[in-house]
Design a binder for this molecule. Structure first.
Ligand code: SF4
Ligand code: SF4
Length: 449
């Protein structure tokens, strides 16, 4: 079933889309000579490596585990020999224990890889944990934890995020076009197990083909057609942000500091539900990822499916290398992506795009003084006052930063995008958050004395 009323949220900005890779089929990248698999690729506790230098490994073999509640196991994406287990700096500048594997090119599958067997929700969650699935849209929250909200939180609604509102990125779109049945079958499994009363699949109106394909399939099955609805969302950044999507689909507002489950909702990325279906069919854990490779500096933009742990440099090389010197490489889109300091950093479970910018597109204009036009306030989807947070973070006024709720900022970048004075608002809000953390740590230490 298709909901035709265009749903949206307050604030946000229209951004140019440059979805250059939307119409091309996903390419399969071969196995690189080496992969680097960090033991932290999710929100939560890092894994401890369970392999040593010199061990041989196969595809799908567990190489890292954790007994902490919020974590997800990590598997080898290749067959080969472990050549090192040591700390490595990853995409966000953190140093993380990493398993380095020299591949043998055989891609032998580990004998433990078998379709999971489950008879109820609890057994399904146990099996899902073993798959290593984390949110594939970029957040990386372990899915088996997300699907088990704490007691007392009644969840009746599942929202599938297919909005993909960042410029360039088409990884979710290609999943819809190439594996639409997998997505719906994954959704139906979740409805049967968890009893969701409503499932909303949210897709922006600039992807009419995706909306058509999924709503046609959703309408076919009488058992689910009243529950599962495709909703056409107004194309507006950051439509894919969890709180915006929940409001657009259901009209429910997630209060600051609360989670979707507090308003009866779980949000999952469209690639994550599709993965669930594939995992049930094959038992292969999360070992590969579709990545949109694009940006003005890239020679042949494409969606590429790569083994997790592949160095970024190898992925760009597969796409023909660079047409001009890349001045900035982002993991993620241009609005919220993280700048990479080395092309040796590996692709992770939640990497959805690699964007290479040339000199012109990466240029940061100099800051001017704030003219108090209020545009940053108008576009902020979190109802914040970025101009004031900016001013107070520059003066280190922690009390004022608390008063202006700096911690509620989701760093979407809308304020910086519209600011005519080109104020570096997001950077200063990140600084504000660090100042608040520092003040909280100092207060706790003082209280502990
Ligand atoms: S948009 Fe820029 S110039 Fe306008 S009020 Fe905000 S910070 Fe100041
Ligand atoms: S203040 Fe934060 S949430 Fe608001 S527009 Fe700026 S980056 Fe986005």
């Amino acid at each position: 079933m298709l909901f035709t009323k265009k749903a949206t949220f307050r604030g946000g900005v229209p951004v140019p889309h440059w979805k250059n890779t939307a119409e091309a089929e996903t390419l399969q990248m071969g196995v690189p000579s080496k992969v680097y698999i960090p033991m932290l690729q999710h929100i939560g506790a890092p894994c401890t490596p369970v392999v040593n230098k010199g061990d041989t490994v196969k595809v799908g073999q567990v190489i890292g585990t954790s007994d902490k509640l919020i974590s997800a196991p990590i598997h080898s994406s290749v067959s080969g020999r472990v050549t090192n287990v040591a700390p490595m700096v990853v995409f966000n500048g953190q140093s993380v224990m990493t398993v380095e594997i020299e591949t043998d090119g055989l891609q032998e599958v580990h004998e433990d890889v078998k379709p999971p067997v489950f008879n109820n929700k609890e057994e399904f969650l146990e099996q899902l944990k073993k798959s290593g699935l984390v949110g594939l849209g970029g957040a990386g929250f372990p899915t088996h934890v997300k699907l088990a909200p704490p007691p007392g939180k009644e969840v009746d609604t599942l929202i599938i995020n297919g909005s993909e509102c960042e410029p360039y990125i088409t990884s979710d779109y290609r999943e819809i076009i190439e594996n639409s049945w997998n997505i719906l079958l994954g959704v139906y499994t979740l409805v049967d197990l968890f009893g969701f009363k409503n499932v909303w699949i949210g897709i922006e109106d600039n992807k009419p083909e995706a909306i058509k394909v999924l709503s046609n399939i959703a309408a076919k099955d009488d058992k689910y057609s009243d529950v599962v609805k495709v909703v056409k969302l107004k194309s507006r950044y950051p439509q894919g942000a969890e709180k915006m999507l929940i409001y657009a689909c259901t009209g429910r507002k997630v209060p600051p500091g609360k989670l979707p489950a507090d308003v009866g909702v779980i949000v999952m990325n469209i690639n994550s539900v599709s993965f669930i279906r594939e995992y049930i069919r094959t038992g292969m854990p999360l070992v590969k990822k579709r990545v949109t490779v694009d940006g003005p500096a890239v020679k042949n933009p494409a969606n590429v499916e790569v083994p997790i742990g592949t160095p970024i440099a190898d992925v760009f090389e597969f796409c023909g290398g660079f047409r001009s010197e890349p001045v900035k490489v982002l993991m993620g889109g241009p609005m919220m992506g993280v700048a990479q300091y080395s092309l040796q950093y590996p692709v992770l479970k939640h990497t959805n795009a690699l964007i290479a910018l040339d000199e012109k597109s990466a240029k940061i204009p100099p800051e001017g003084p704030c003219i108090r036009c209020g545009r940053c306030v108008d576009v902020c989807p979190m109802n914040l006052m970025p101009l004031h947070i900016n001013r107070h973070s520059l003066h280190g006024d922690v009390e004022a930063l608390e008063k202006y709720h700096a911690n509620d900022c989701m760093e979407c970048g809308c304020c910086s995008y519209v600011c005519p004075a080109k104020r570096h608002l997001v950077q200063s809000i990140r600084l504000a958050k660090a100042q608040l953390r520092q003040a909280a740590t100092a207060a706790a230490a003082k209280g502990g004395k």
